[in-house]
Write a protein that binds this ligand. Structure first.
Ligand SMILES: Nc1ncnc2c1ncn2[C@@H]1O[C@H](COP(=O)(O)OP(=O)(O)O)[C@@H](O)[C@H]1O
Ligand SMILES: C[C@@](O)(CCOP(=O)(O)OP(=O)(O)O)CC(=O)O
Length: 509
């Protein structure tokens, strides 16, 4: 029957660029924006001619891109061949399918391989769906004459069609193919496809990673398999080995992340056309995956907000290229800037962790401080503390703010030196204004920076006012919140659930 799995999008709060090099850490928050993959057989019965030819049919549907692609999967070498036009191809999903099936071959005994063969001969029908939050709908909202508010976003049907950026604006340093918000759609998409397929063919059992059973999980071995296959597929499809924080958070959820050594992927990168895929995946599975993942979540009563200033996103690979070029051309200054950034990242992490501990130690005092700070601008926070335990919490809040200001300063510096807009002036203005609003702890450009959505962390109930002020500043507050869950097995096709949710949210407006 149909298997539906989902994986979340992310916000890299600290560690942009630095996380590309071990042992620098990045703090990544996973979000409620999820990518879904639905896998089911194409045919009820095995088609007799498939037996003879050793090919299985694979159909990939992306309703939001109005794309439907047919492939033939060779059961001999496990490679996919498209029988549709080349522009509708999706390398992320193609690699996800090939590697997931190769993982089965690398781990199954002969009996299981026979069962797999029969299952594949029924064909694979794969549908991929990304939540609206992954994509920019500003243009549609403006065109429909709706206000730039989260309520307007909520009125869009779930899994709305994606806007493509104009062709003449795509390319180096400019805009990506689709108008995206920067939540990591390709990583979440690849992970969701790998998870649903590995579960469908029986390589993993994700039943304990469904929403209602997520407390009783025993170990992460099945997730580790999803991670290795999704990470390999994502890197090979992108043609580059990034830090992998986006795939890691798509698999495991919010975390503090230190990257894997790129060598673990060398056999996949160096594989020639003739290298058997099973061999490649066997090597990758046996490689020494040395990434580190530690639990991380925002302290209580803090809310992650994302605001879309409206320029259709930035192209990350070209920004990474520029930073690497600058590191080579000016090793001394770049090292110094990275050192400062690394200090700022550690300081922010430390203050947030301390705040979690203080909340645990005395929740009442913590709640009281957060509530009064949520009504005041930061410079008034300490004035209001009337006992040492309150002042202790405020000092941590102010420490987190200062660390963020330092991070922003050095990120801007790095952008200027590398000649790329990591925190462009328009974003600086928006972030400064946001950080001066009542109840805002911090704000910044996530990940690689640029013109993607900005993030803010707000205290208590202040997020509502921030959202309103953003709207008056022409910034669209997105319907994104932190959700620490990683991969999840879903009970239903999300379109059924989303319709119910959309109807109730319209009734609320
Ligand atoms: N719903 C979708 N259907 C098919 N492909 C998608 C979908 N969403 C995203 N993609 C693919 O992912 C790419 C965007 O990935 P990427 O550039 O990594 O952006 P992001 O920052 O969101 O990860 C798109 O160009 C497209 O190829
Ligand atoms: C520069 C980076 O460290 C962070 C990029 O983070 P983003 O969150 O901006 O990523 P995209 O989803 O690709 O836009 C590169 C990396 O870590 O791989």
């Amino acid at each position: 029957m149909a298997v539906v799995a989902s994986a979340p999008g992310k916000v890299l709060m600290t560690g942009g660029y630095l996380v590309l090099e071990r042992p620098n850490a990045g703090i990544v928050l996973s979000t409620n924006a999820r990518f879904y993959a639905i896998v089911k057989p194409l045919y009820e019965e095995i088609k007799p001619e498939s037996w003879a030819w050793g090919w299985a049919d694979v159909k990939l549907t992306s309703p939001q891109m109005a794309r439907e692609t047919m492939y033939k999967l060779s059961l001999k070498n496990l490679k996919l061949q498209s029988v549709s036009s080349s522009e509708s191809r999706n390398p992320f999903v193609e690699h996800a399918v090939e590697y997931a099936i190769a993982a089965a071959h690398a781990t199954f005994d002969n009996d299981k391989k026979d069962i797999l063969q029969k299952l594949l001969l029924k064909g694979l029908d794969i549908t991929i769906l990304g939540c609206n939050e992954f994509y920019s709908y500003r243009n549609q909202i403006e065109m429909r004459g709706l206000p730039l508010t989260p309520q307007s976003l909520a009125s869009l049907p779930p899994f709305t069609s994606i806007t493509f950026n104009a062709e003449d604006s795509i390319g180096e340093n400019r805009k990506p193919e689709v108008a995206k918000t920067g939540l990591g759609s390709s990583a979440a998409m690849t992970t969701a496809v790998v998870a649903s397929l590995l579960h469908y063919i029986g390589v993993v059992n994700l039943s304990s990673f469904s929403e209602d059973q997520s407390h009783g999980r025993k170990d992460d071995r099945d997730l580790d398999m999803v991670h290795v296959i999704a990470q390999t597929a994502h890197c090979i499809s992108q043609g580059k080995v990034g830090s992998g924080f986006d795939v890691s958070s798509a698999v495991y959820g919010s975390q503090r992340y230190v990257r894997f050594s790129p060598e673990v992927l060398s056999s996949a990168q160096n594989a020639g056309m003739a290298t058997p895929l099973t061999e490649v995946i066997d090597d990758v599975l046996k490689a020494k995956w040395d990434h580190e993942r530690t639990k991380f979540s925002l302290p209580p009563l803090m809310t992650l907000l994302l605001g879309e200033p409206g320029s259709g996103g930035s192209s990350t690979p070209s920004m990474v290229g520029a930073v690497k070029k600058w590191q080579k051309s000016d090793p001394q200054n770049s090292l110094e800037t990275w050192r400062k950034l690394s200090e700022g990242n550690s300081a922010l992490e430390m203050h947030l962790n301390t705040l979690c501990k203080l909340a645990e130690r005395n929740y009442n005092v913590y709640e009281c401080v957060i509530n009064y700070c949520s009504l005041l601008p930061a410079e008034k926070w300490l004035e209001r503390a009337n006992e040492p335990s309150q002042a202790e919490i405020v000092r941590e809040l102010l420490g987190a703010r200062d660390a963020m200001l330092g991070i922003r300063y050095y990120m801007r510096k790095m952008g200027e030196a590398a000649g790329i807009p990591i925190e462009p002036e328009s974003q600086t203005h928006l972030l400064d204004t946001t950080m001066n609003m009542e109840g805002v702890l911090l704000a910044g450009v996530p990940g690689a920076g640029g013109f993607d959505a900005v993030f803010a962390v707000t205290l208590g109930a202040s997020s509502e006012n921030v959202t309103k002020t953003w709207s008056s500043l022409n910034v669209l507050a997105m319907l994104v919140t932190e959700d620490p869950r990683g991969v999840s097995l879903e009970v239903n096709d999300p379109r059924a659930k989303e319709i119910t949710a959309a109807v109730s949210s319209i009734q609320l407006l």
